[in-house]
Design a protein around this ligand. Sequence first.
Ligand SMILES: [Zn+2]
Length: 233
Amino acid sequence: MGLFIVLLGAPGVGKGTQADLISRELHLPHVSSGELFREAIKSKTPLGVEAQGYLGRGELVPDSLTIAMVRERLQRPDCANGVVLDGFPRTIEQAKQLDGILAESGAAVNLVPYIKAETATLLKRLGGRWTCRNCQTVYHVLYNPPREPGKCDACGGELYQRADDTPETHRRRIEVYLDQTAPLIEFYRQRRLLVEIDGEQDIQTVYGQLLAAVQRVAREQRIGAQRCIGCGE
Ligand SMILES: [Zn+2]
């Protein structure tokens, strides 16, 4: 038993923020594909070294390697009661592999919240991003502005807009995501795991609906008897 959540949503919808909030609330690890890679590379695990080889040559990391990293991560003790997955799976093939990994420990995906927003909204949100040159903290002119324009709150570093932060590359990223995940969304819908959440709303409203969906599933599983999903008591 546990809560194995796969969070879906296009770039710009605020999926990472929501994954952070919900994982803290539920005391479950937030496992994002990006961080999985960075951590494996940094700690020089055999899989990390292999992944770095591909990235260093500017090649795509093969699916089998990504899946091996996910398996390694999910088998750690902190994932025994569940996990919030963010950025994985991206394809039906990966989703099936994930089912296999979870089945090894008698678990399964319990809920797939899909945070949806119009492309115009996503473009607007992706558009105002500024990154600190020094500590890489990301700000947004509308949603998370620095106290002083152009200056990092955390370290005082200079803020810049990445060269690939253009409306064209944003549009492309959104299209790729939607194309790639449309079959995955259908896959989870058919299994009655998908819950659509309106991502046009503000962060707190989206979060409230996400939490409500999780609490419903938790009640169904009666794990609420051990610990309140709402307050952690
Ligand atoms: Zn900084």
